[in-house]
Design a protein around this ligand. Structure first.
Ligand code: WTA
Length: 651
């Protein structure tokens, strides 16, 4: 293992271990030294308009050039005004002269079926579907839902929407029928694209059945386009159109709709600290510029890379770093449909060996799970093709980081720990593999154009090394523009904590070297196995079962998932607590949201501890969930009250 020498870490405070960028990255990466990074950072700080204007001209083809880089009226930003472009054109058409025969999407289904789709074929598939959508009456600005497995058609669907100026809203295939209904109704989707099913752990996820159950309650949905992915027998109803039928007669060319820079590109629902998931709205040009640029900077893409981001397209990581970023960089993006453990615990490593994957981008939870199943599984495979590793979605503990580096990366691959959010559109903090020395567990330094602030309770910046709330001080092109249909929530959630600053919802500290250490959420959002959930959503799912009087859901630290969900539940009068009821409540949460929201533990309580003003004392419950081991099933109010008194809590 190549430990840093004292010479190489001279300017570092030596917090933990430091790994310098490997020499081949220092020679060949897009950004090759800390000095080069610092120069870019200074350039962006000194004249943001000039910096972003130049990047925007380099990254995109513009049908009409923009006249204004940024119009910032806090908290509202508009970028590249006056410009028109098309993201699909930038991801596909632009590459055809040189890369038509290059594989754009390399796909492997869970059963082992492989497809290689070239840029030429992808372009034709996208145009056919774009024409098909138009034939169903989809127009510029209309919303289109996408509820598909991780198959190439998910990318085709997104790109087809972007091509005609329709706004896509992808719903993760693991979400329930109820979750689809809620999202489609909020977005007012006109058409919904789905499949008979998708393969997961040897079984079929019944996507179409979920859509069927929701369809009578989704009045805006006029048509459902159904892809045949599995042999799951389904019936086509009056609103259903078979995908194959829709596209077969369509022309393989379709003029892109040239849209304004600020034309909406997609709505992606994500959990917040209160109420229902929020529709995060991203617009076209700012998002495209930022995602294209950061994909190249962070993953250092080269023409012969086989790049694999394991995220599902249902999450922002799938949007930005499976589909749009890699394709805008004419990369080969590998898509895998199924579970990491099917047919065996080495499926990921087997995929890497057979497809000669060079860049792997995955979540810490997955890494911890692999670590637990043992080194023998990765060691069975030749993974020397790998040259760069990435993580995203949650803090990575140094042990998992080291294991990833040594066992998966053979000690030679740099690790990029990328911190960002659905709302930020793209990666904001990450090592640059040719420039940034890494420290296990730190996302390291902000990218050029990103300005971090950690503020204490008093609203003042904390000294280095001290924890506080993480804010961003200036807008960047891929900042969300609003919460769809709820502009007030945008202001309230992101720009009210400290007016003018974007509040991330994360707690963090910045060390003496300027390195960011993310400590997790400080709001009522929990990160379970890298999936973002609102405790309020799970609480309202529990209460909607009918027998629950009150519920409080909190996170508890978990070695594998980062955070586990613990639900404290009080029952309505006359309802008896039982193991059976626990199982039924769990099943109900799965029905309302999806399996990712299943509580790890349900505890019945006589009452929930409250402050004098009636607020549930969540901090206390978090402590109880994390520490106090109860032998019985029930936590009594007396227990909780005693604890509250001991701590003198008043939240
Ligand atoms: C967390 C995922 C630590 C963080 C792209 C953030 C991380 C939330 C990291 C956003 C990281 C994401 N280190 N924490 N590298 N990346 N997070 O919207 O709490 O699903 O606020 O976006 O995940 O989750 P989201």
């Amino acid at each position: 293992m190549a430990e840093a020498t004292s010479h190489e870490i001279l300017s570092f405070s030596h917090e933990g271990r430091v790994f310098p960028p490997p020499p081949e990255f220092q020679k060949k990466a897009h950004i090759r030294s800390l000095e080069e990074y610092r120069a870019l950072y200074a350039e962006a700080a000194n004249d943001p308009d000039a910096f972003w204007g130049a990047r925007a001209r380099e990254e995109l083809y513009w049908k009409t050039p923009f006249h204004t880089v940024l119009d910032w009226k806090p908290p509202h930003a508009q970028w590249f005004l006056g410009g028109t472009t098309n993201l699909c054109y930038n991801a596909l058409d632009r590459h055809l002269p040189k890369y038509a025969e290059k594989t754009a999407i390399l796909f492997e289904g869970e059963p082992g079926d492989v497809r290689k789709i070239t840029y030429r074929q992808l372009h034709a598939d996208v145009c056919r579907l774009a024409n098909g959508l138009k034939s169903l009456g989809v127009k510029k600005g209309d919303r289109v839902g996408i509820y598909l497995p991780m198959v190439p058609e998910a990318a085709v669907a997104m790109l087809a929407c972007a091509r005609i100026g329709a706004v896509h809203s992808v719903v993760f295939g693991g979400f329930s029928s109820e979750a689809v209904r809620e999202r489609m109704n909020d977005a007012g989707a006109k058409v919904l694209l789905t499949a008979d099913g998708g393969w997961r752990k040897g079984g079929v996820v019944p996507l179409k059945a979920n859509v069927d159950a929701a369809l009578p309650h989704m009045p805006s949905v006029e048509k459902v386009v159904v892809l045949q992915r599995t042999k799951n027998p389904i019936q086509l109803g009056p609103k259903d159109v078979a995908w194959e039928k829709l596209v077969e007669a369509q022309s393989p060319t379709c003029e892109p709709e040239w849209v304004d820079s600020e034309h909406p590109l997609f709505i992606l629902y994500t959990s917040g600290s209160t109420g229902k998931p929020k529709g995060v709205l991203h617009t076209t040009a700012g998002y495209a510029v930022y995602v294209s640029l950061t994909t190249r900077w962070v993953f250092d893409l080269k023409d012969d890379d086989v790049y694999w981001c394991t995220a599902d397209v249902g999450w922002v990581t799938g949007h930005s770093y499976v589909v749009y970023g890699p394709l805008m960089n004419h990369a080969t993006s590998f898509l895998y449909e199924g579970a990491p453990t099917t047919p065996g615990p080495d499926r990921f490593w087997d995929n890497i060996e057979r497809h000669k994957v060079t860049i792997l981008y995955t979540a810490p939870t997955a890494i911890r799970a692999f670590m637990r199943t043992g080194d023998e599984h990765p060691k069975k495979h030749d993974m020397r093709s790998l040259r760069l590793l990435g993580t995203v979605g949650e803090p990575i503990n140094p042990e998992a980081w080291m294991w990833y580096r040594d066992v998966i990366g053979g000690g030679r691959c740099p690790i990029v720990d990328t911190w960002w959010q659905t709302e930020t559109g793209g990666i904001l903090v990450s090592p640059l593999p040719g420039a940034t020395p890494t420290k296990p567990g730190s996302a390291t330094l902000p990218l050029p154009g990103i300005f971090l602030k950690v503020l204490g309770k008093d609203g003042k910046e904390v000294p280095p090394g001290q924890g506080g709330k993480l804010f961003l001080a200036k807008p960047w092109p891929a900042l969300l523009r609003t919460v769809y249909g709820d502009p007030e929530r945008y202001v309230k959630t992101y720009f009210s904590e400290v007016p003018g600053l974007y509040f991330t919802g994360d707690g963090a500290r910045i060390d003496a070297d300027g390195y960011l250490w993310v400590m997790g959420r400080v709001d009522d959002v929990v990160n379970v196995a890298g999936h973002r959930l609102g405790t309020a959503e799970v609480e309202s799912a529990l209460v909607s079962e009918g027998r629950v009087a009150e519920a409080a859901v909190v996170g508890r630290p978990d070695e594998l998932k980062g955070t586990a969900l613990v639900a404290f539940v009080t029952l309505k009068k006359g309802v008896e607590s039982s193991a059976e009821l626990k199982a039924q409540l769990s099943a109900h949460v799965i029905k309302e949201i999806g399996a990712i929201a299943r509580p790890d533990e349900i505890r019945f309580a006589d009452a929930l501890p409250k402050t004098r003003s009636g607020k549930i004392m969540r901090r206390l419950l978090r402590d109880v969930a994390a520490g106090v081991r109860t032998t019985g099933d029930t936590t009594t109010l007396e227990d909780l009250n005693v604890l509250a008194k001991l701590r003198g809590d008043e939240e």
